[in-house]
Design a protein around this ligand. Structure first.
Ligand code: NAP
Length: 340
């Protein structure tokens, strides 16, 4: 049986480990409530110090957190983990539940920015923006463009949203209200508000793949969504269709995707996320004209990253010394753990 964190005397200032990219204001807020060990990044030179800090930490906050069960074992006092992201597929949630450790994330504040990124990929893949911009930059624009350089419309097309949650709905709004697109969507439960306001249509994944001109992935990564888009799914898509992935790389079988793009099973892809990140420079995805690749920048604007960091700090402080976090993934487990 995993041990819940030892009860902390509520008068005792919590020890906090902060990892990766907090601003001065956020660090000052943390320092006001606890004793903070800040690691701007992790490397061979400071890993030992990080592990020593984790051995007595009550709270962990940061982006791209690396935390496995062995690390939890070596962090017996850990009460709260506050990730600067909405996704938490890289964190051992079940083990955290067993130990009564609270996991907080940062939904909402990144929704619109990530939907903007999805739409940038939609525009870029449909209109071949990166490929044609390279043509200009490399001095290959030597005569008027013709059908070989033409793209495909965005307005009026069928947009298929796989995972119509917060971000999926924001992408759907852009498509329906801004570009007059018809919207198809999948989710575990129907979304009457999307149907009412956007005329969106709930359908099965197979139907969405067969009908959409642009398939946009916005599901969380889990055992259920691992390789949701595999060779079979790609074969169901229209040969003229584009696949956009702002979810997580492993939602797509990347080998099958490369094959589908090479063989013309689908026309194009716009990808912000990959099976392994950073993407290997030798990956065919990095070289194909019909693929737009981004370095996982879904939420990466100054405004949104600052809002995410602020929200993560509020979550941690709320959980460690306040009235509770703004956003928590497993609040029930946390309460149960602390009460036992
Ligand atoms: P969300 O509000 O929880 O939405 C997730 C949607 O996926 C919901 O509609 C949910 O259905 C659906 N879903 C969940 N599991 C499913 C399954 N097994 N099969 C089919 N549909 C399923 O999450 P969000 O805030 O929109 O974020 C979505 C994901 O985007 C995050 O988990 C993260 O991985 C990714 N993301 C990426 C970036 C980036 O930088 N590229 C930035 C932010 C987020 P129900 O609504 O019916 O439950």
């Amino acid at each position: 049986m995993d041990k819940a964190p030892a009860a902390r005397d509520r008068g005792q200032a919590p020890r906090i480990v902060a990892l990766r990219r907090l601003g001065e204001e956020e660090l000052a807020a943390l320092n006001e409530v606890g004793q903070v060990d800040y690691f701007e990044d992790l490397n061979e030179g400071n890993r030992e110090a990080f592990e020593a800090a984790m051995a007595s930490a009550h709270g962990l906050i940061g982006g791209k957190l690396e935390l496995d069960e062995a690390m939890l074992e070596r962090s017996p006092n850990l009460e709260v983990v506050s990730t600067i992201s909405v996704g938490y597929d890289q964190l051992p949630l079940e083990a955290m539940n067993r130990r009564g450790i609270l996991l907080c994330n940062t939904p909402d504040v990144l929704t619109e920015t990530t939907a903007d990124t999805a739409f940038a990929l939609i525009m870029a893949t449909q209109r071949r923006l990166v490929e044609l911009s390279c043509m200009v930059r490399e001095g290959r624009w030597t005569s008027h463009v013709g059908p070989d350089q033409f793209g495909h419309d965005v307005h009026g097309k069928a947009l298929g949203i796989v995972g119509a949650g917060r971000i999926g709905a924001a992408i759907a709004r852009r498509g329906a209200l801004g570009f007059g697109m018809s919207v198809l969507y999948t989710a575990r439960a129907p979304k009457p508000e999307l149907e009412q306001h956007l005329g969106a249509e709930h359908c099965s994944l197979d139907e969405l793949l067969a009908r959409a001109d642009i398939v946009c992935l916005a599901v969380p990564y889990s055992d259920d969504t691992h390789h949701l888009i595999d060779a079979d799914a790609l074969a169901r898509m229209k040969p003229s269709a584009a696949l956009i992935n702002i979810a997580r790389g492993k939602v797509v079988d990347e080998t099958a995707l490369i094959e589908a793009l090479e063989q013309g099973t689908i026309r194009a892809a716009g990808l912000d996320v990959f099976t392994r990140e950073p993407l290997d420079a030798d990956s065919p995805l990095a070289r194909m004209d019909n693929v737009v690749v981004l370095p996982h920048i879904g939420s990466a604007t100054h405004e949104t990253r600052a809002a995410m960091a602020r929200r993560a700090v509020d979550n941690l402080i709320g959980a460690l010394v306040g009235e509770g976090p703004v956003n928590a993934v497993n609040k029930a487990s946390w309460r149960a753990g602390r009460a036992s």
